[in-house]
Design a protein around this ligand. Structure first.
Ligand code: NDP
Ligand code: ZN
Length: 176
C-alpha cells in the first residue's frame, strides 16, 4: 500500500474511533471512508493518490474534531482542498446544507466530484440493503432523489461511477 494511503487510513481510523454507522448492525464508521476509497480504486480505476486520501478523510472534518488546518499540515494543500470541497458547513441548517450540495456539485473540482460520487454510491448501497432503524421507505426514497440531484451535478469525470449510479437508481430495494 502506498504509504500516503496508509497514513490517511490511520489518521481517519483514529479520528472516527468509537463512531458507528446508522445501519442496524452499527458497523464501525471507518468502514465507510475505506469503502469509498475502495470504490474509487477498484470499481472506477482511480489511481490519483490525493483523491484516494481525500476519500479516506472526507468525513473527518464534518463528523469529528478534525480541522482543515490539521488536514493541511498532515497531508498538504491539495488533499485539504478536496476534503474542504466535500465538507458541509455545519453552521447551516440541514435542509440548506442539502440544497447547497445540489447547487455546488457542478462547480467542484474533478477530484472532489469523484469523492462525492463514491460517497453517495456507498451510502445508497447501504440504504438499498437495509435502512437505518426508524427510516421509512419514503424517507429512503427522498434520500435517493436528493442524492441523484447531487450526483447528476458530478457527471463528466468518470464513466464507471456514472454507470454504477445509473444501476443503483434503476434498482429495487431488497426489503421492498
Ligand atoms: P441524514 O443526513 O440524517 O443521514 C444520512 C447520512 O447519514 C448519509 O448521507 C451518510 O452520511 C450517513 N450514514 C450513516 N450511516 C448510514 C447508512 N447505513 N446508510 C446511509 N447513510 C448513512 O438523513 P437525511 O438525508 O434523511 O437527512 C435528514 C433530513 O431528513 C432532515 O432534513 C429531516 O428534515 C428529514 N427527516 C425526514 C424524516 C422522514 O421520515 N421523512 C424523519 C426525520 C428527518 P456520511 O457519508 O456523511 O456518513
Ligand atoms: Zn461519507
Amino acid at each position: 500500500m502506498d504509504t500516503h494511503l496508509l497514513q490517511a487510513t490511520h489518521f481517519a481510523a483514529i479520528k472516527h474511533a468509537g463512531q458507528r454507522r446508522k445501519d442496524p448492525q452499527q458497523t464501525p464508521y471507518i468502514n465507510h471512508p475505506i469503502a469509498v476509497a475502495h470504490v474509487l480504486w477498484k470499481e472506477a480505476g482511480v489511481q490519483d493518490v490525493p483523491t484516494l486520501q481525500a476519500a479516506l478523510l472526507h468525513d473527518t472534518v464534518e463528523d469529528t474534531d478534525t480541522s482543515f488546518e490539521e488536514i493541511g499540515s498532515e497531508f498538504g494543500p491539495l488533499v485539504r482542498q478536496i476534503v474542504f470541497e466535500c465538507t458541509d458547513d455545519k453552521s447551516l441548517p440541514k435542509e440548506e446544507r442539502k440544497r447547497l450540495q445540489i447547487v455546488n456539485a457542478p462547480h467542484k473540482s474533478n477530484q472532489a466530484k469523484l469523492v462525492k460520487m463514491a460517497d453517495k454510491i456507498h451510502n445508497l448501497r447501504d440504504l438499498q440493503k437495509t435502512p437505518p432503524e426508524g427510516w421509512t421507505l419514503p424517507r429512503v426514497q427522498t434520500y435517493f432523489a436528493w442524492a441523484r440531484q447531487v450526483t447528476d451535478g458530478c457527471r463528466g469525470v468518470n464513466p464507471q461511477l456514472e454507470a454504477i449510479l445509473e444501476g443503483i437508481y434503476a434498482g429495487e430495494f431488497e426489503y421492498e
